[in-house]
Design a protein around this ligand. Structure first.
Ligand code: HEM
Length: 439
């Protein structure tokens, strides 16, 4: 498959229209499952601008640090100074940290999945703390109502991710009969989530209206999406657009913004698997600014090699518009191609000793131009992942934060990695022992 200019490209579409996605109410909206090319291009250009601006990336580092520090406070609370170190379920902590982070960076609002997990551990028999709740000043503002709403939100986000598969794959007949109860439950939770997000969008519109025009606005995604193509445009998107789209120099609607915000939750799952699989990394001792993060080249090589070895997204899809020759066969228009990232990443033709875990291969300057489509961690072509910079910055930042301060050890070195696959590959459980490093 060749990469061509937008107009000529034969591969703009990921999937053909799916009627289930229409029932879910997101057909022709957002980016990931949007098959309406004009709407997809418009949303993607604004999304991409938002995610790749340096000020936004600096916020990625700041918020990663903020939520990491919150998590550390809970870890301190559980630390009973055992010689062997405290045993924790790292996957659950990191999943929650990432949910809080994504919610914060997309909406500019705090969310308390970490606090809620901490509170559930305290009230379960699993953790018997010697410290009293009064020793936790950072928790004083978090009421039981906030904890409860955080849990509902978390459950609705997870349910929305399941909905994408359910409505994308199950035929209408099954959804309306054997799977009816499940369908209704998924739709109910989706309505709750979209209602909540719409509320947040409306509140922010009002807040922005009340901020004087000469005052600088925040750099979260929501503010940027609301102000795009308006007089308050934070990044002057209009000027940066390579080619303007006829009739599309307009602000986004509430509905478009809500679907765009859920994209980050959808892909958050992808990010988590990568976080869960890179904990063999070493980090530099540099203090953590965005500039330092960009210097962590070995860390980045480890992340890439892990992604080559075990990709979070093992496949991606494209549907052709016209006839094309692929692998010496001529394929008609509307052919559905599934590209196996996992297979390409292990092909000896492209990779020397492909079964050997060797981050150094990514440090070499000799990655050839023709190798471009042999490393597909974030896909390729027109639908290449727009979140790649956010993802790499957050992963590097987290690894650095964790490894600078803690010695980390697997509880059971011989246990096979507990993973499951559902559109993406993710780690379900990873027990580790953490000890503060004596540095
Ligand atoms: C480790 C983390 C991540 C991985 C491995 C990953 C990987 C991918 C891959 C393989 C694709 C398909 C590309 C293609 O079809 O060529 C994709 C698409 C996408 N990703 Fe990511 N991603 C990650 C994080 C993120 C983040 C943090 C965001 C947003 C903040 C994001 C937003 C998207 C969107 C919106 C699409 C759809 C693009 C389109 O259809 O035009 N991703 N991602």
């Amino acid at each position: 498959m060749t990469t061509q200019s937008f107009k000529k490209s034969n591969y703009k579409v990921r999937f053909p229209p799916v009627e289930g996605i229409e029932e879910l109410g997101i057909s022709g909206k957002g980016i990931i499952v949007n098959d309406d090319i004009k709407s997809w291009k418009f949303n993607r250009s604004i999304f991409l601008q938002t995610l790749t601006i340096p000020k936004f990336l600096r916020q990625v580092v700041e918020l990663t640090k903020l939520h990491f520090q919150e998590m550390e406070k809970y870890w301190e609370f559980f630390d009973r100074g055992q010689d062997g170190g405290e045993e924790i379920q790292l996957v659950e902590w990191i999943h929650r940290l990432n949910t809080d982070f994504i919610f914060h960076i997309t909406t500019g609002k705090r969310y308390y999945a970490l606090a809620s997990y901490h509170s559930s551990l305290l009230s379960s028999a699993k953790i018997v703390s010697e410290k009293s709740p009064e020793d936790q000043p950072h928790l004083s503002d978090i009421t039981p109502e906030i904890i409860k709403e955080s849990e509902i939100l978390l459950s609705c986000i997870n349910s929305y991710l399941i909905s994408l598969n359910f409505f994308g794959l199950y035929p209408r007949f099954l959804r309306a009969t054997l799977q009816r109860k499940r369908r209704d439950e998924l739709l109910k939770k989706k309505e709750w989530l979209f209602g909540k997000l719409t509320e947040i969008v409306r509140e922010r519109r009002k807040e922005i209206d009340e901020i004087p025009a000469d005052e600088e606005l925040n750099y979260d995604m929501l503010t940027t999406m609301i102000t795009a193509n308006t007089e308050r445009d934070v990044y002057v998107i209009k000027k940066n657009m390579e080619k303007k789209l006829e009739g599309d120099e307009r602000p986004l609607s509430d509905e478009e913004i809500v679907v765009n915000m859920t994209e980050a939750f959808v892909v958050r799952k992808r990010l988590l698997e990568e976080l869960d699989t890179v904990f063999n990394a070493k980090t530099s001792d540099s203090s953590l600014t965005n500039e330092d993060i960009s210097k962590l080249v070995y860390c980045e090589a480890i992340i890439k090699e892990t992604a080559r070895f075990d990709p979070v997204v093992p496949f991606f899809d494209r549907q052709s518009t016209d006839t094309d020759v692929v692998a010496d066969y001529s394929w008609g228009p509307k052919t559905q191609f599934s590209v196996s990232i996992g297979r390409i990443h292990k092909k000896p033709k492209y990779w020397e000793n492909p079964d050997q875990f060797n981050p150094d291969r990514f440090l070499q300057q000799n990655m050839k131009v023709e190798d471009k489509n042999t490393f597909l961690q974030f896909g390729t072509g027109l639908r290449y992942c727009p979140g790649h910079k956010v993802a790499m910055t957050e992963i590097k930042c987290l690894i650095a934060l964790l490894y600078r301060k803690y010695d980390i050890e697997l509880v059971d070195m011989n246990a096979p990695l507990d993973t499951s696959y559902n559109t993406i590959q993710r780690c379900s459980s990873l027990k580790i022992r953490v000890r503060r490093r004596n540095v």
